[in-house]
Design a protein around this ligand. Structure first.
Ligand code: HEC
Length: 211
């Protein structure tokens, strides 16, 4: 592993992906990393067109994941309250991840340093990236702009931070109601995903594709 195992793609890239449909030109956009070292995704042997196209694809997938789950969660909360929404989240989140994986050929998961579902426990690369996301969020960067792309052991990997919005506190906050807490504990005995405040990073969507 290199001394800086990850590289942050900055605000410019995130913004350009959000605001425009035009392909990102790799050299300019990739130079937005905090240091001046070349990004790991520029590894020799990987065609130059690949990183920008892959980053574009990965970013779109993370937006589809969040953009599908959030309204589902919101309507489940409105329709049946938090207990209903817990069940919906438990079914829908893995279903959306699986559907996106099947459609795209990427492995799509969610991870967290304080996982609720045991399947969300991060591996060592994801753990490092999540710590880095936390540090950068604490230093004042907006979570929505925090993402990382890197080739790791022959896989192209991408992570997008997921911030905690006020809505999330019903089930992830520090004042979760007793009945919500009981329902969560019954389903997820190893749950660690309580005690967040709005604006903190709850976790990330993590993508992986063999090169
Ligand atoms: C109604 C309760 C509820 C609300 C509201 C809620 N979550 Fe969750 N969250 C859950 C449950 C239940 C799981 C476990 C889902 C599973 O089994 O995969 C979960 C899992 C997650 C995970 C996957 C990692 C892990 O720890 O398992 C992330 C990331 C996450 N939630 C982020 C959020 C964010 C961000 C919001 C607000 C936009 C939010 N959640 C709102 C109940 C909720």
């Amino acid at each position: 592993m290199q001394s800086r195992p990850y590289s942050l793609l900055g605000l410019a890239l995130a913004t350009s992906l959000l605001l425009s449909c035009t392909p990102v030109s790799a050299p300019d956009e990739l130079n937005t990393s905090a240091n001046d070292q070349p990004l790991a995704i520029g590894t020799p042997g990987i065609p130059q067109f690949a990183p920008a196209a892959l980053i574009d694809e990965a970013s779109a997938l993370t937006q589809r994941f969040a953009g599908t789950l959030l309204p589902t969660l919101q309507s489940a909360l409105q329709a049946g309250g938090p207990l209903n929404a817990i069940d919906v989240c438990a079914l829908e989140a893995p279903r959306i991840a699986q559907q996106l994986s099947e459609e795209s050929g990427w492995e799509v998961t969610r991870v967290s340093l304080k996982a609720r579902n045991d399947t969300a426990v991060p591996d060592s690369w994801e753990t490092q990236v999540l710590h880095m996301f936390d540090q950068r969020q604490q230093a004042g960067e907006a979570p929505a702009t925090l993402n990382v792309a890197e080739t790791v052991n022959g896989d192209f990997r991408y992570m997008q931070a997921q911030p905690t919005a006020p809505l999330c506190l019903t089930c992830h906050g520090s004042e979760v109601s007793q009945e919500v807490l009981s329902a969560i504990r019954a389903k997820y005995p190893n749950d660690l995903a309580i005690g967040y405040q709005a604006g903190q990073i709850r976790g990330a969507i993590s993508l992986r594709k063999p090169m």
